[in-house]
Design a binder for this molecule. Structure first.
Ligand SMILES: Cc1ncc(C[n+]2csc(CCOP(=O)(O)OP(=O)(O)O)c2C)c(N)n1
Length: 322
């Protein structure tokens, strides 16, 4: 089990709270018509991002999906330009061109969110190859959903990573849904981790992804394996999507009990309770932490709202086709 000290535990809770409060604000503002484009939230899945990125270094790489705000935050990117990007403003990480689904911040090793399902996986393998070739000791974590494991890009990536023993961790956030299809409709096996067997040199684990310390532990093993040259791991984190596939999704396809039951699996409530039982945090400490996080999110929101729209004269800047 994890040997986390008090400071680390509070830091994990703070990361999860930051993701939750950030996304709740995004949800609110999207519903109010303040945010352009499509929004997919990871509310309920925060323990995967927070736990998986906890032991990554700033120079390590991640790639993520259309549901990637949590991983950006957990990797340490700044909250103001992240919020501004979602609002499509010129002060955003990609100057408002990327929006929610295409955030990248190379200074933090964040290679990109990706609207193409499984699209980030081969890019992560390329980064892992580069790290191995350059002998930089960097590792890469590539995040994707259970649905992405039906894509050819996933298999090609696993195969090449296995053959070349690349320093990569394939992190599957299995929330049991791919858009509007439950897992049993698109997979004839119980666990995504079983898919690793086809590749020889890929370690695999399935864990409760709503237990943040379990995620930290499993990632520690996977990072150690990757950094010591022993190759990739497929880490399947079972988790829960509280909201619909996209914001505004009425979820008519989803059984009522599934929607109503999700709150009982809240990874934040669970961790807060655990930390209180362990004496790491008391009520006043928890409240102060929440207030601090709310302040950070409120500041980012104001920054995003007050930031200018991109100038149409700059439309063709940073576009690399002719
Ligand atoms: C190549 C490709 N096929 C289909 C889609 C449409 N699409 C968007 S999200 C999604 C489901 C993804 O499910 P999963 O990988 O489990 O991620 P989750 O949404 O559960 O986080 C699909 C099929 C797409 N964006 N890209």
């Amino acid at each position: 089990m994890s040997k986390l000290d008090k400071e680390s535990k509070i830091s994990l809770l703070k990361t999860m709270l930051t993701i939750r409060k950030f996304e709740e604000k995004v949800s609110e503002n999207f519903a109010a018509g303040q945010i352009p484009g499509f929004i997919h939230l990871s509310i309920g899945q925060e323990a995967v991002s927070a736990g998986a990125c906890f032991n990554l270094r700033k120079e390590d790489y991640i790639s993520t999906t259309h549901r990637g705000h949590g991983q950006c935050i957990a990797k340490g990117v700044e909250i103001r330009p992240l919020m501004a990007e979602i609002f499509g403003k010129s002060t955003g990480y990609c100057k408002g061109r990327g929006g929610s689904m295409h955030i990248a911040s190379l200074d933090y090793g964040m290679l990109g969110a990706n609207g193409i399902v499984a699209g980030g996986i081969p890019m992560a393998v390329g980064a892992a190859f580069s790290a191995k070739y350059r002998k930089t000791d960097q590792v890469v974590a590539s995040f994707f959903g259970d649905g992405a494991t039906g894509e050819g890009a996933f298999y090609e990536s696993m195969n090449i990573a296995s053959i070349l023993k690349l320093p990569i961790i394939f992190v599957c956030e299995n929330n049991k849904w791919a858009e509007f299809s439950p897992q049993q409709v698109h997979m004839d096996i119980e666990n995504v981790a079983q898919r690793a067997k086809a590749f020889g040199n890929v370690a695999a684990e399935t864990i409760d992804g709503n237990d943040v310390e379990l995620v930290v532990d499993a990632m520690e093993r996977a990072i150690e394996r990757a950094r010591s040259g022993n190759g990739p791991t497929l880490l399947e984190c079972i988790t829960t999507r509280f909201h619909g596939h996209y914001e505004g999704d009425p979820q008519k396809y989803r059984p009522k009990e599934d929607i109503e039951g999700v709150r009982s699996k809240d990874p934040i409530v669970r961790y807060k309770t655990k930390l209180k039982e362990e004496g790491v945090l008391d009520d006043a400490g928890a409240e102060a932490l929440e207030k601090e996080v709310e302040g950070i999110i409120e500041d980012a929101l104001q920054f995003a709202k007050e930031s200018p729209e991109p100038d149409s004269k700059e439309l063709l800047n940073d576009v690399y086709v002719n």
